[in-house]
Write a protein that binds this ligand. Structure first.
Ligand code: ATP
Ligand code: MG
Length: 368
């Protein structure tokens, strides 16, 4: 999987610009605020039809411009393809694959897959559980077709059930629906938990190994999947999980009615991350958090590869800062296969990459 070239017009600070990439390491350098992250963001946009930054589509359009275009030539499953996004101010954007207009963004799935590290991914270590669930959801949606369907159904049922729990005081007849919603919700939870437990097991093994090398054996990373009610999900099929989830739900029925909140289900899941046996969320240093989150991303990439026999594109935005030179060199040693985009402000790093292609960016222009 790789991106051969990208054309940007009216996107962020780019006007009518084409960049060519190699199927190896592409180093994107330049001073601050020149457009390095914008370029990574444009590539990412074509994987899912959205930015990884909290930006609405109209913020992606260049100031004083009406439309933005991102168009890329890629190779996916050994086939050349083109992907294109046209974003309009005040109108719905259009997505195209091989010049055919797509009905929805979900149709982009699987064409260009990418694993991204951005400095915001430190939240993976430092923030609450929802960030880690989202990471599992993103990854599993790309890997397992059944997962996205189960997640969509789960989210719908969760919303309905929450509405019942909130509104039944005014409309007691709603309570008659609760048993049915509980069962359907538990069925979808069982599927999600089944996939997540297997994913977490693979991720945990790979990430621990990467982190160990990354930190030259001075730190151990452990990732443990946690679901509700201390249920041990490892190796259990959805049919084995279902009765356990139904029991947990039943035990929480009264508390749910009292609080008006849905207290049982896959929306409570988390990945517990520890470094050297202490919770990383509370105790990890900046460098440790970065090391752990990069290890998780590299592990994610290996999972994709083992599954699809093709590396997803690796997008590394500002990954090297805050790391000592040993850890920086580790990252550079780990990106010798597949296509990689790595942004950095310094030229020194580039020297370590003998066969890298360097693109220097100045004010939205590609200089070299
Ligand atoms: P750093 O090294 O600081 O991370 P960078 O090269 O990654 O910098 P980017 O985030 O890619 O920088 O680009 C930032 C520049 O893009 C800013 O100067 C910003 O004003 C400009 N920019 C962002 N959105 C738009 C837009 N919609 N229209 C025009 N310019 C924009
Ligand atoms: Mg940047």
């Amino acid at each position: 999987m790789n991106v051969n070239e990208i054309y940007l017009d009216g996107y962020r600070n780019y006007i009518d610009t084409t960049a060519h990439f190699i199927n190896g390491v592409n180093v994107i350098t330049g001073r601050n605020a020149q457009g390095k992250t914008n370029l990574i963001e444009a590539i990412y946009y074509l994987t899912s039809g959205r930015s990884f930054r909290p930006a609405s589509d109209k913020e992606l359009i260049k100031f004083d411009t009406e439309t933005a275009c991102i168009r890329a030539g890629i190779v996916s499953n050994e086939r050349e393809q083109t992907l294109e996004a046209r974003i309009f101010r005040g109108r719905r954007r259009h997505l195209f694959a091989n010049d055919v207009k797509l009905k929805k963004a979900a149709e982009l799935a699987g064409r260009l897959t990418a694993v991204l590290f951005s400095p915001d991914d430190l939240t993976l270590i430092k923030d609450g559980a929802s960030v880690r669930r989202k990471m599992m959801d993103n990854c599993l949606s790309q890997l397992r077709p059944g997962y996205l369907a189960a997640l969509t159904e789960f989210n719908k049922l969760y919303e309905h059930k929450t509405r019942i729990l909130r509104d039944y005081h005014e409309k007691p007849s709603l309570l008659e629906l609760l048993d049915d919603y509980d069962l359907r919700l538990a069925e979808q939870s069982a599927k999600l938990i089944y996939y997540r437990a297997a994913f977490a097991e693979g991720l945990s093994k790979r990430a621990a190994k990467i982190h160990d090398e990354f930190a030259s054996g001075t730190e151990t990373l452990s990732i443990t999947y946690k679901t509700v009610g201390r249920i041990d999900a490892e190796g259990k099929k959805p049919s084995e999980l279902l009765p356990l989830l139904l029991r947990h739900q039943a035990e929480h029925r009264n508390a749910e009615l009292r609080s008006g909140l849905c207290l049982s289900g896959a929306h409570k899941d988390d990945l517990e991350i520890e470094i050297n046996g202490t919770p990383a969320r509370k105790y990890a240093s900046q460098g440790q958090a970065r090391t752990a989150s990069v290890s998780i991303k590299l592990a994610e990439r290996d999972i994709h590869y083992d599954d699809k026999n093709e590396y997803p594109v690796l997008l590394l935005d500002d990954v090297l800062s805050e790391l000592d030179s040993k850890r920086q060199n580790f990252i550079l040693s780990r990106i010798k296969e597949g296509q990689v985009f790595i942004t950095c402000c310094e030229d020194t790093v580039i020297e370590a990459l003998h066969n890298g292609n360097t693109l220097r960016i100045e004010k939205g222009k590609i200089i070299a």
